[in-house]
Design a protein around this ligand. Structure first.
Ligand code: GLU
Length: 551
């Protein structure tokens, strides 16, 4: 067979050679050990926690040794494309503090575009150049089989209990003569371009996966599709060409791709390219209450897989990063505890330590991390974060919450325990925080949360006495002294220790009286120091709340 002629027939317009592109995209000059990684999403606009997990790994791998992390858009499937998706991806990752060094999203003439274009649909000429060279070498051929013909073969294979697929003796178009091909082409029969696989069923490939360790798989024997009928490449072909020409050194991708690694292995070798390192990630899992076992996080069942979920509820991106790092590298947590003030980026991240079997997503753990990390912020940092969140998600309430800056700062100081012996750890995320402090702003909200344990007429008497003796100028001690007096008058022990000694002598203690006031003022049985709350809130609002409670 005259392969040159065939190549010319199939790709009359291809003018360049692989050498042209090899020169155009030279090996990158980077510090030794620097890695080039990439994120290669389809532009569906949906990006989830699993994507963020991998992106953070990619970013850390690249940046810990001065490498490059770039964005490539795998838009070969027109149907899945959503307008604005690239922007969404970039903005979302930026929100979580992950920046690309290069790739889609940069100006066409920017230095960060040097290995582009980064949209696969704009690279068709490149794919065709390499496809042509494979045809010239007898390693690829056009296949005119129709869907029906392929179906028939598959049914036969199933019946015979044979491996299904287009390979070996089943690959009918493998042996078409040039004349037959020419005839089909002049009859405008649609065709795909297939690889002429050189693999053998009794040989294995072995390679080291950076996450999974040594992987042994049977060689690829399938004449897989390289170019679809419209000339657009399959994932397999585009992956190999792009990661080669963009000089990727490490491919972190979902574990679902591991099974096709033999295809990629064969393509890299036939094309004479050096294979990048692979790291196939495990799925994010969660504990399933129904079965008591682990299961994959699912788009349909688990809203917490979506990143919008965290943005809407106002999780601080730094907390998310800390959490994902604990999932990515099990030794991160200890390191972070040991060096709480060191930037996360100083952590010696290691691909080898990534979970092999499915990192377990645990919301309680995330919440604990949020509590810890938020407690390390200054009130101003938390203020700025909450302000930005409210501006985006609760613009109407924002004006109420932030009308008095000093008031909000005081609330945060009090709730964070700033200036106290130990920081408090009540706060987790914006929605929860505003919920917790809502009584400072929303009159109707008082009393909704916890109800007073005292019998109503007693509670009423206690509150009326409280209002009668209240003086806003009282110190915390003087104020509490008055509570003790009220306690004594109504049969509660003014001193805790007396109550503990002889509980049977009292209705309760001063703390029950304080609780009744606390619930009347805040609607909650648990709050920081009540005297401080009243002094942030102001006398007028406090009285109003208590009057409502009495009513
Ligand atoms: N577009 C592929 C995906 O989203 C990329 C896989 C890869 O990283 O190579 O699954």
């Amino acid at each position: 067979m005259d392969y040159d002629k065939l190549a010319q027939l199939l790709f009359p317009d291809v003018k360049n050679t692989p050498e042209f592109y090899e020169e155009k995209f030279p090996y990158r000059k980077l510090p030794s050990k620097a890695q080039v990684t990439r994120m290669a999403p389809s532009p569906t606009g949906f990006i989830h926690l699993g994507n963020l997990y991998s992106a953070l790994a990619d970013e850390r791998i690249a940046h810990k040794k001065g490498g490059i992390f770039y964005l490539r858009i795998e838009d070969t499937d027109e149907k899945r494309k959503v307008d604005g998706a690239v922007d969404t991806i970039i903005q979302t990752l930026r929100y979580f503090d992950i920046e690309f060094d290069e790739g889609a999203g940069f100006d066409d003439d920017a230095a960060q575009n040097a290995y582009g274009p980064y949209f696969q649909r704009q690279r068709v000429e490149i794919y065709h150049t390499y496809a042509k060279s494979l045809v010239q070498r007898g390693l690829a051929y056009p296949c005119f089989c129709t869907e029906e013909e392929l179906d028939k073969v598959r049914q036969h294979q199933e019946q015979e209990k044979e491996l299904t697929g287009y390979y070996g003796k089943y690959a009918a178009c493998r042996s078409l003569t040039l004349e037959a091909i020419e005839q089909n082409l002049s009859a405008h029969k649609p065709y795909v371009l297939r690889l002429r696989s050189q693999g053998s069923p009794d040989r294995e490939i072995i390679f080291k996966d950076s996450i999974k360790g040594e992987v042994k798989l049977p060689e690829n024997i399938h004449d897989i599709v390289l170019l679809k009928k419209d000339g657009i490449p399959t994932y397999h072909f585009a992956h190999v060409i792009d990661d080669h020409l963009m000089r990727t050194t490490m491919v972190i991708r979902g574990g679902e791709w591991l099974a096709s690694a033999p295809i990629h292995y064969e393509l890299f070798h036939l094309l004479g390219f050096k294979m990048p390192e692979y790291g196939h990630t495990a799925h994010l899992m969660k504990f399933d209450e129904e079965t008591g076992g682990k299961r994959k996080l699912s788009k349909r069942k688990d809203p917490e897989l979506s990143l919008d979920y965290y943005r809407k509820d106002g999780y601080h991106p730094y907390c998310m990063k800390v959490y994902l790092m604990t999932l990515l590298n099990s030794n991160f947590e200890e390191w972070h505890e040991q060096f709480p003030d060191k930037p996360i980026d100083d952590f010696p991240f290691s691909v080898e330590k990534m979970s092999q079997s499915g990192a377990l997503f645990d919301q309680d753990k995330l919440h604990n991390i949020c509590k810890n990390e938020l407690s390390k912020l200054s009130e101003q940092e938390l203020y700025d974060f909450l302000y930005a969140w409210a501006e985006e998600h609760e613009p109407d309430k924002k004006d109420i919450w932030f009308a008095d800056r000093e008031k909000m700062l005081n609330i945060l100081r009090l709730y964070m325990g700033i200036g106290m012996k130990r920081r408090r750890k009540d706060f987790m995320y914006a929605v929860q925080i505003f919920e917790m402090i809502s009584y400072f702003f929303d009159l109707d909200n008082a009393g909704e949360h916890d109800s007073c344990k005292l019998e109503p007429s007693l509670a009423k008497a206690v509150l009326e006495d409280y209002l009668a003796v209240y003086s806003h100028a009282d110190s915390n001690e003087a104020w509490f002294g008055k509570l003790k007096q009220i306690a004594g008058k109504h049969g509660f022990a003014p001193e805790m220790k007396d109550y503990k000694k002889n509980p049977e002598n009292y209705k309760g203690s001063v703390s029950d009286v304080a609780e009744a006031v606390r619930i009347a003022v805040t609607g909650r049985a648990n709050t920081p120091d009540l005297w401080s709350i009243v002094h942030i809130m102001g006398e007028e609002q406090m009285r109003e709340r208590i009057m409502r409670a009495i009513a």
